[in-house]
Design a binder for this molecule. Structure first.
Ligand code: PEP
Ligand code: MG
Length: 539
């Protein structure tokens, strides 16, 4: 494919992972330093000193950027601090120094030490394998420091631009300045750091856009972070117009507030998806999905009971209505402290509630801690289990939660079998929450992290909507709430359809709330139902 020159408009498709429209000149991120041919080492002491200074320079740079980010974005500062700790790892330094003693120059010794650590991480699979890219980024920075060339990273041209990259490391994303209009990456998936951090900052982002590899610096492009469409070759005037429209739209949405309602006042609760108290924002009507496993993703030791009580109480104190999901470990979110064995098909194996089959103490401790946090704070905790497949599993989970005095017990619907028997599930539990990310994956047999299968994972397809409808109808018949908490709930185009299918709440990344509130308010309930009928028919 030839480079895309700034001639006539052309369209590129990617995966929209953070909503918003913008346009401007695109700029690529500086590439990693080229490693020159090895230099014979004549002064081992001097070379050892270069290794130490390079690692220290990388850690120091990350700490400086963390301090700069701390006021505006605590999450970004934490990521930068974690990376600085990786660069400070004494084992890594020792390995690189050993490389020098074995005859390598400092850049090659650093390159080899980082590569070995990366391999070890990649072999662990899942979430930790995704973190292997963090080590590549640190390696490039350390090698650049050892070579005395500028560290790779985000350009700083002195004017607003769309950042285009092969992939973005957490350090790149966390250190972004306010001159970045949007992010476009060739690689990455919906759960990549680019996606998570872009949503956190309200920055439009498109990932898995193969065509972006051919964009030329300075080309004006427009980016739609909801649809994933990129248009190249727009004029400077068009770009200015798109930005103006976007800021007017953002200002209009920012001015909206209040609970979720259709135009004729039918309530659909707007709730937040969070991984810890740090993700809370002053919008929405409570928390619809507290992903507790996010608190413990990098842990080698199991979190203690007290530690869990504190983490849950932090959220309960800030928000009166919280749905806590018990640990959803396994496949894309391995929890190393569980020590689960590797499996040939992890997405179909021991994950979510199924971990309880092999490690029942983990759920008991967590339920104890949630109940205690609710007692200490006076909150009414709602608790739900991930990956429930049968009414029997729902009943067993509900018994254990209720035995601890937990007020409301629910089940996530992420497996088609659970949706098909939603009415029976609701005989056992007080509410259902539909996880469309996994429900799409299992309905269409398409790995949710696979960028090439994005079309199959689209939750707007009739088969998935039919399952949502089944759950909502079961909820209506039982007089119990049925919400959606997968990424579909934060898609403003889908919100009226989901409301029309009968769901009672939508839980989403905080940044999505204003647009979803606005979309609901534009349609009456009857119009939502008509939109739902059309979507079910594939019209
Ligand atoms: C889902 O599967 O839709 C969901 C909300 O859970 P997670 O994305 O954490 O697996
Ligand atoms: Mg899920």
């Amino acid at each position: 494919m030839p480079d895309l020159q700034p001639s006539g408009p052309a369209s590129l498709a990617g995966l929209g992972v953070s909503p918003g429209r913008t346009a401007g000149p695109c700029l690529r991120m500086a590439g990693p330093p080229a490693l020159p041919a090895p230099n014979p080492v004549t002064d081992t002491g001097a070379e050892l000193a270069v290794v130490g200074q390079a690692l220290e320079a990388v850690a120091e740079d990350l700490r400086r950027r963390s301090a700069a980010a701390a006021g505006a974005d605590r999450g970004a500062a934490e990521i930068l601090d974690a990376l600085a700790m990786m660069a400070d790892d004494p084992m890594l330094k020792e390995e690189a120094e050993q490389g020098v003693r074995d005859g390598l120059d400092a850049p090659h010794a650093l390159d080899a030490a980082f590569a070995r650590h990366r391999e070890a991480l990649a072999a662990l699979g899942g979430y930790l394998a995704e973190r292997a890219a963090d080590l590549d980024d640190l390696k490039h920075r350390a090698v650049a420091a050892a070579l005395g060339v500028p560290m790779p990273g985000v350009p700083s041209p002195g004017h607003p631009f769309v950042l285009v990259a092969e992939d973005l490391s957490p350090a790149d994303t966390a250190g972004l300045g306010t001159d970045v209009l949007a992010l476009v990456t060739v690689k990455g998936g919906p759960t990549s750091h680019t996606a998570i951090l872009a949503r956190g900052r309200g920055l439009p982002a498109v990932v898995a856009c193969a065509g972006a590899a051919h964009l030329v610096d300075g080309t004006y492009i427009s980016v739609d972070g909801a649809t994933g469409e990129i248009v190249t070759g727009v004029t400077e005037e068009d770009a200015a117009r798109v930005r103006e429209q976007d800021s007017a739209e953002r200002a209009r949405l920012a001015a909206t507030s209040g609970p979720g309602r259709t135009a004729d006042g039918h309530p659909v609760k707007l709730l937040l998806n969070i991984g810890s108290a740090a993700d809370l924002r002053p919008d929405g009507e409570g928390v619809g999905l507290f992903r507790t496993e996010f608190l413990f993703l990098d842990r080698k030791q199991a979190p203690t009971y007290e530690e869990q009580v504190t983490a849950y109480a932090d959220v309960f104190t800030a928000v009166p209505y919280v749905v806590v999901r018990t640990l959803d470990a396994g496949t894309d979110k391995p929890l190393p402290f569980l020590g689960l064995p590797e499996e040939p098909n992890p997405a179909l194996g021991i994950r979510g509630l199924r971990v309880d089959r092999v490690l029942p103490d983990v759920l008991d401790t967590q339920l104890d801690a949630i109940a205690e946090a609710a007692r200490r704070t006076g909150a009414e905790a709602w608790v739900m289990a991930p990956m429930v497949s049968t009414p029997g599993e729902a009943a067993a989970f509900a018994r254990r939660a209720r035995a601890r005095g937990i007020a409301r017990v629910g089940a996530m619907v992420e497996v088609p079998a659970a949706a098909l028997l939603a009415d029976r599930l609701l005989r056992e539990v007080d509410f259902l929450s539909i996880g469309t990310n996994d429900l799409s994956q299992y309905t269409y047999a398409a790995d949710r992290q696979h960028p090439a299968l994005a079309d199959l994972l689209d939750p707007a397809q009739p088969a998935l909507l039919r399952l949502v409808e089944l759950c909502a109808e079961a909820g209506r018949a039982a007089g119990k709430p049925v919400g959606v908490c997968g990424e579909a709930a934060g898609d403003a185009r889908l919100a009226p359809i989901l409301a029309g299918l009968g769901v009672t709440s939508l839980s989403m990344a905080p940044v999505c709330v204003p647009a979803v509130r606005d979309a609901l308010a534009r349609h009456t309930l009857e119009e939502c139902r008509e939109l739902a009928r059309a979507a079910l028919d594939g019209r």
